[in-house]
Write a protein that binds this ligand. Structure first.
Ligand code: PGA
Length: 252
């Protein structure tokens, strides 16, 4: 599916799931991709331990990404990985500012912006995540919240046009709850307008993913919404069959 001039991206976020035994799911995805038209991109962001073996199995159609990075290129940062190291391991994308990183690790928007700049420095595409809490939604603050967070989190692009934004309502992540199509359309249009304000014509072709309980059963409807250029999928990306059912909806 190509909405406007933008090629759809189906991205799986495996979070802290997956062992070497999960590589069989990747092999299934790689062979299933060959049976679908090459009309959308497919990415999996596994835990860092699996980036290298997945990249070795990925073939030409599956991209491999990471779930976070340190802003610095190298140094005394025990337990961290830099964008350069992730690039070296074969990652093409890094998720930054996921709500679980923001809440569990105290990563604030200014830090997320530094991470995004680190990705661009290393030649990696940052996937910048944003979303409102249920309380903010109930107070009617969804769009203001999304804009406020994005203004602080988005990178200065420089000469690059490599950026993906993911709208993930916090209350929809892992809950089975999903906003209405109208609500998603409104937020994605708001994000699109901000991207055009910040990056001029380049902003029109930056992919805006929807994330939060996307499943084979709702993917076609969500992916058909204006300015939805793909999905960031957690739970349903762990099984090759589910992820490929979502991919099939994207290329239908
Ligand atoms: P979910 O997670 O699809 O399991 O709701 C999405 C995400 O957190 O990226």
């Amino acid at each position: 599916m190509v909405t406007g001039m933008v090629r759809t991206l189906i991205a799986g976020n495996w979070k802290m799931n997956g062992l070497k035994s999960s590589l069989s799911e990747v092999e299934k995805i790689v062979s299933a991709l060959d049976s679908h038209a090459d009309e959308a991109d497919c990415l999996i962001c596994p835990p860092a331990t699996l980036i290298v073996p997945m990249h070795e199995r990925a073939g030409a159609r599956l991209k491999i990404g990471a779930q976070s990075c340190h802003p610095e290129a190298f140094g005394a940062f025990t337990g961290d990985l830099s964008a350069e190291q992730l690039n070296d391991a074969g990652a093409t994308h890094v998720i930054v500012g996921h709500s679980e990183r923001r809440s569990e690790h105290g990563e604030r928007s200014a830090y997320v912006q530094e991470q995004a700049h680190a990705c661009l420095r290393a030649g990696i595409v940052p996937i910048v995540c944003v979303g409102e809490s249920f309380a903010q939604k109930q107070r009617g603050e969804t769009k203001d919240t999304v804009i406020r967070i994005l203004r602080k989190s988005l990178p200065t692009l420089g000469s690059s046009d490599s950026l993906v934004v993911a709208y993930e309502p916090l209350w929809a992540i892992g809950t089975g709850l999903v906003p209405s199509a109208d609500e998603i359309a409104e937020v994605h249009l708001t994000i699109r307008n901000l991207l055009i304000e910040l990056y001029q014509e380049r902003g029109a072709s930056i992919r805006i993913l929807y994330g939060g309980s996307m499943k084979p059963t709702n993917a076609a409807e969500i992916l058909a919404i204006d300015n939805v250029n793909g999905g960031l999928i957690g739970g349903a990306s762990l099984k090759a069959d589910d992820l490929m059912a979502i991919y099939a909806a994207a290329v239908a």
